[in-house]
Design a binder for this molecule. Structure first.
Ligand code: ADP
Ligand code: MG
Length: 321
């Protein structure tokens, strides 16, 4: 099987029959798109590299899900509705069973969000997956990082720390029992992009981002762009239940500095508390108020006694380790 047969068999799919579909998809020099008149395009790219973002023995179906999920998560964090994506993939060899499983995971998630694969690139090389994604958002409605105001509440969706706990288990820093490990690995490999939440936060959140590198480090990006600081209450942080019983410093490290949660963190005026509680119920997704934006700079976290927690792990920086 050569590159072109591989593309034709696995990446060129029957066209989705939906309104915003591409005029021309996989198979030509470029795809042709007709964005919805009046909408803005939100565009993002995320790359996954073996050994850096996933373990070499990862299940390909899970990898297909994750490669797309981390990109959809960026659209969610922007309040954009998914529309199109490209997939560029370097494979050490053509392993059809592997590619088929990868595509199963990738397209199951794409179809869930009516996202259309419109092109990409396929080459031989060390296993690397780069997805570029585009969504639509009405002018002025995007959830940017720079709209936070001192006095706003800080919220987070879902629960935090499970993905980091799975990595800590894999690297021998802690031991989880089989049931908890399975739960944490699902969080690490199969994150749920919070698309519906992102769309619902248009007009409610003043600033938002998705948590990929750890709560404190990521929230600091909102602080920098919004020119403010943040104070978080550790007891309010929704730590994943699989971390119950672990030593407090590990729970703190996993939930405050662990990456790969792909939950949304956002700020909103206190006047929105009731609306956001109702939204959480209607989505069946916990939304937790974990602190507030303040004047000043940087993120600080207080424990139950009101003592500052020393933050030695302020987030994951690919070039720091
Ligand atoms: P070019 O030589 O113009 O780069 P390619 O031979 O790389 O074209 O690709 C042929 C067609 O297949 C193009 O439309 C391209 O977008 C698409 N394509 C290649 N690889 C992928 C992939 N992994 N997923 C989706 N589409 C792909
Ligand atoms: Mg090419």
């Amino acid at each position: 099987m050569n590159e072109f047969e591989l593309i034709a068999r696995y990446f060129a799919r029957p066209r989705l029959n939906r309104s915003g579909r591409a005029l021309l998809g996989v198979g030509d020099d470029c795809a042709l798109l007709a964005p919805t008149p009046g909408m803005q395009l939100a565009i993002s790219a995320d790359m996954l590299v073996e050994g850096r973002h996933f373990f070499a023995d990862v299940d390909p179906r899970r990898l297909g899900h994750k490669a797309l999920a981390v990109n959809l998560s960026d659209l969610a964090a922007m309040g954009a509705k998914p529309a199109w994506c490209t997939l560029s993939i370097a494979l050490p060899a053509i392993d059809e069973a592997w590619v088929a499983a990868f595509c199963d995971g990738f397209f199951a998630l794409a179809d869930e969000h009516e996202l259309e694969l419109i092109g990409g690139d396929t080459t031989r090389g060390p296993l690397t997956i780069a997805v570029q994604i585009a969504g639509e958002v009405p002018p002025g409605a995007a959830l940017r990082r720079d709209g936070g105001q001192a006095g706003d509440d800080v919220w987070v969706s879902g629960s935090l720390g499970a993905a980091a706990a799975a990595v800590m288990h894999r690297t021998g820093r802690l031991v989880l029992n089989d049931a908890k490990l399975a739960e944490c690995l699902d969080q690490l490999d199969l994150p749920t992009p919070r698309i519906t939440l992102g769309l619902a936060l248009r007009g409610l959140a003043t600033a938002a981002l998705d948590l990929s590198d750890g709560l404190v480090g990521d929230l600091n990006h909102i602080c920098e762009r919004s020119r403010c600081g943040a104070q978080l209450d550790w007891p309010a942080v929704p730590v994943h239940s699989a971390l119950a019983g672990l030593p407090e410093p590990l729970r703190q490290e996993a939930a405050l500095a662990g990456g790969d949660d792909y939950e949304l963190c956002f700020s909103a005026p206190a006047a929105r508390r009731d609306v956001l509680s109702t939204l959480a119920e209607s989505l069946g997704l916990p939304l937790t108020r974990i602190g507030r934006l303040v004047t000043g700079q940087g993120v600080s976290v207080c424990d139950a006694a009101g003592q500052l927690i020393p933050l030695t792990h302020s987030g994951f920086d690919h070039f720091a380790v």
